[in-house]
Design a protein around this ligand. Structure first.
Ligand SMILES: Nc1ncnc2c1ncn2[C@@H]1O[C@H](COP(=O)(O)OP(=O)(O)O)[C@@H](O)[C@H]1O
Ligand SMILES: [Mg+2]
Length: 438
């Protein structure tokens, strides 16, 4: 039941009947056709770029938005807009102007109240407006996952003042980690080893948080430092066919950002079962909330897990979108996380077969983030040599410039084991000539 824009009507009865049924039938194909499905991508980085590629392959009309021109996904999309997506009025204006059927947030820093309005006006917000709001807020997310769904997490407390922070550290013990409730990529986070670190951790959280412009005081989460053996990302897909989980992705983090990931990660079968169960429960709980709000809850989720030495598996957080560590799926799976996201969003069923690995025998795939430092425009040369080995690949994001550190590309490789794949991917970066010019 669609109107001329392919938008589901906002009438509540009609909407709940529509979301309860598992089928949609978006019009795809002719870019000149006014009824073609219009997808608004909020955030146009490297993940958005791959999502745009997959959506356009299926005949969608993609409108890319970000805070700067020539962002990676804008180089793919049919139309693009530059705006501050945290500015509610600007975002509202953009949605009214482009009239999308589907809105895909690619980043967290978005005026989520506008997404809720769009959803109540019948637009499909991915995976749902409520999910976007919950996942950007560590307090709402942790409360749902641990206190409502019963998932294991490291001990934690929330604090809205310096005194509460101090009480929180006493409750969870040292060492502990303090994070603003609204932040990503490690911003505003500190590890505390004793009372002497309290003051700087509070300051860091207040200045490194995402909503710093809004003034006031940011609430923080205080978490016991988990004795990590390693970390896993479980890409989990919610679609019209239900929920399926991809093979586990191992990862290495540095300075709050991922540097390497590999798939499938070697995990003991009992531990893997626990990890899959947590991923399913976490995404299932979010999708239930979407349904309560008559939204679909379709899309890829990146469930981050802490794997402890004693075999325990703890839920850390979840991205309601493709995950950066999941870039490895561009070489390891028949359908990458971006292709799966595009399919799920458009109402195409994603099944166990859809998430199968494309690797031969016991091969492993790896991704290696290419982070460039400096100030200016970045160019890559020596690519023929870098890609001279079989089973290697490279994605250059086309970001206009670097100012400090920035992930500019990713190297991909497969080999007979994890160490071999990681080494081969690292060799691609080593062979590249990367020039930064002012
Ligand atoms: N409680 C913790 N114990 C141990 N390491 C942690 C803890 N919290 C965060 N980290 C480390 O910091 C990284 C980033 O933290 P995370 O909570 O995932 O925030 P972000 O939103 O920045 O990704 C994690 O992937 C992990 O390596
Ligand atoms: Mg994280």
């Amino acid at each position: 039941m669609m109107n001329s824009l392919g938008v589901i009507p906002c009438d509540n009865e009609a909407m709940s009947a529509e979301t309860a049924s598992s089928s949609v039938n978006y019009l795809l194909g002719n870019p000149a056709e006014s009824q073609q499905t219009r997808v608004l991508l909020l955030g146009s980085g490297e993940l958005g770029r791959e999502i745009a590629i997959e959506l356009t392959r299926l005949g969608a009309f993609v409108i890319a938005a970000d805070s700067y021109e020539y962002a990676p996904a804008m180089q793919i999309a049919q139309e693009s807009h530059v705006l501050d997506m945290t500015d509610a009025a600007a975002l509202n204006g953009l949605i009214a102007e482009v009239k999308p059927s589907i809105i895909i947030p690619e980043i967290e820093a978005i005026a989520t109240a506008e997404l809720a309005k769009a959803a109540s006006n019948g637009m499909q917000v991915v995976p749902s407006s409520r999910i976007a709001a919950i996942c950007m807020d560590r307090e709402a997310l942790r409360t749902l996952m641990h206190e409502k769904l019963g998932l294991p997490t490291t001990p934690y407390r929330f604090a809205g003042s310096f005194e509460e922070l101090k009480a929180g550290t006493q409750a969870v013990g040292y060492p502990c980690v303090v994070k603003p409730v609204m932040s990503s990529s490690g911003h505003g986070q500190s590890v505390l080893r004793g009372d002497g670190d309290l003051e700087s951790a509070w300051q860091e959280a207040q200045t490194g948080r995402r909503d710093v412009k809004e003034g006031g005081i940011s609430r923080v989460i205080v978490e016991a430092f988990a004795p990590l053996d390693y970390e896993l990302t479980m890409l989990t897909v919610s679609s019209s066919a239900g929920i399926v989980v991809c093979s586990p992705i191992g990862q290495r983090q540095e300075d709050g950002d991922y540097r390497e990931s590999w798939q499938p990660a070697q995990v003991d079968s009992n531990v893997l079962k626990k990890a899959q169960e947590i991923a399913r429960k976490a995404v299932g709980g979010l999708v239930d909330i979407a349904h309560e709000n008559h939204e679909r809850g379709w899309g890829v989720f990146g469930v981050e897990l802490f794997m402890l030495k004693n075999g325990e598996v703890l839920f850390n957080e979840v991205s309601p979108r493709p995950h950066d560590t999941g870039m490895v799926t561009m070489i390891s799976q028949h359908l990458s996380e971006f292709a799966l996201h595009a399919r799920a969003v458009l109402g195409i069923p994603v099944t166990e077969e859809s998430v199968a690995l494309s690797l031969k025998n016991s091969e492993v795939a790896a991704s290696h983030a290419i982070v460039v430092s400096g100030h200016g425009q970045v160019t890559f040369t020596n690519i023929p040599k870098a890609l001279s080995q079989p089973d290697t690949d490279l994605r250059i994001f086309g970001k206009p410039k670097v100012n400090g550190h920035r992930r500019m590309a990713v190297a991909l490789a497969t080999s007979h084991n994890e160490a071999g794949a990681r080494k081969k991917a690292a060799q691609i970066e080593a062979a590249l000539d990367i020039t930064v010019t002012q």
